[in-house]
Write a protein that binds this ligand. Sequence first.
Ligand code: CA
Length: 618
Amino acid sequence: MKRLALVLLYLVPFSLFSQQIKLERIEPTFWWTGFKNHNLQLMVYGKDISKTTVGLVSEIKHMPELLDVLKVANPNYLFLDLVLSDNTEPGFVEITFSVNNTVVTSYNYEIKERVPGSAARKGFNSSDAIYLITPDRFANGDTTNDKLGFLLEKADRTNKDGRHGGDIKGISDHLDYIQNLGATAIWINPLLENDQQVYSYHGYSTTDYYKIDPRFGSNLDYYNLAVQIHMRGMKLIMDQVFNHCGSGHWWMRDLPSPDWINVWPELTRSTYRAGSVTDPYVSERDSNLFVRGWFDKTMPDLNQRNPFLKNYLIQNSIWWIEFAGLDGIRQDTHPYPFKEMMAEWGKAVLNEYPDFNIVGECWMNYPATVAYWQKDAMNRDGYNSNLPSVFDFPLYDALNKAFNEPEGWNTGVVRLYEVLAQDFSYANPSNIVVFADNHDVNRYLDSQHDDIRKVKLAMTFVLTTRGTPQIFYGSEILLTTGSDKSHGTLRSDFPGGWPADTKNAFTSQGRTDKENDMYNFTERLLKYRKSKEVLQTGKLCHFIPEDGIYIYFRYKGKETVMVVINNNEESKTITTSRYDEFLKKYKSGMEIITGQTLPDLSKLTIPAKSSFVVELMN
Ligand code: CA
């Protein structure tokens, strides 16, 4: 009797303690064999999980080795350093968590086999044309996921800043539309879970880095979307956000360590002045505020200096590339995180996928500051971002003004010329993404006072200059923000995307004549670009604009395309001897929008506020 009591005394505290241990997550949720980098760091989360002893049990040959078990300030986390080898075979590894040699919980961790050829994928490039979609606002293909009880915000189309119900099914239902338009790549604003009280639709407040938001669909739906896109010979670009997470992220309730995020005594926002990173005269205060300040009250600033968080984000990125077979990443607010970490990330991704492409949102208006962030830039401080591509915000800024003001020495089309003339700053000017609008700026039509002629000029320029063009969903059908210039209406619903919509702009019958005119113009140019290597990878040569006329050539091998932009409010007739270095080799041309033949290239008459895209012929 006495002896039994003693045994009980020993057992009770142990069992109570072991019952408290609860494994909640292991991330990455699974991994693959065959990466060049053999290291894998697992984040383990669960009540008092750090008080256990970790072991690995497996039948697979050359099972991963558990190199180290690392503890952080919070006892509810463990980080496991595993090493795989070239010989590690796919299969399951049981990770056991024990107290006093008794297993209290375990996890069957899967090591998958990589898809053959996975490392050799080609990322998006200048042969592509990107169609940008805000998924909540494009099409609602599944109304059953609009109002989910286990997520905070429910769909409400009457709220311009609320969720409207668009989803992955809506995108996959309209792949024909996107492909018929002539786009070859799709960039979708973030799809990861954003379980925030309000304003969750835009997707930039991640609350789970390994889960597609159920209001958009599941991880499997995303995978299947990627498969469908690839079957069409198209590419998928994922929007990723390393600078901040959402305030509703699960780890915000129980941070691994106090330095997981940048903490301030009170809400302190970033200065949003990305140019301060390269500013030789920057004050310590400004420099610190830019990188460590919060993007928003609901977007805690992640501290990428923390080595566990760094590994977490890098592995997360590679996980999505491998899982969904991505063709590119768009990185949000690229200069805001700790830049050394971002460089390590780019290097790690390119190490596994040498021909992959990543475009960073480096939102500055000067080529020199943007160029700093492109891979292999000749930076005086030796910084190499390992970021292959950047968005051309300087050109966007010029484009926003060029067609909307009188021609002058410093105004009008010369703005485009002057920005492109600074391309010497870039390590790789052909790998830059060019756009006239996106989800963060006024729709081009709105910034041009509803003048469709100017929208066409911008579309012509974006699709014929160097780089990879990007079109914002709906701009091809003149979707407008109207009088309310808020972000909520900027990202308005594509007409016809919702079952109750009376107008369906996905079909020519559903569009007005004006909308069809713009759609057809865009389609014609996109399809021409798709068929002409010269517009994708040809060299660019431009001439100093004169009298409001900007002329440039794209040339490759025997092919030359001449683009003429007349920014005047009147028709212009020009003699072309100035362009002889190109024109002397050709006898005639064909204007590809109208199909009109130009038998005499020595003289051209271009109507007011319009362009010619001329294929030169012998
Ligand atoms: Ca839906």
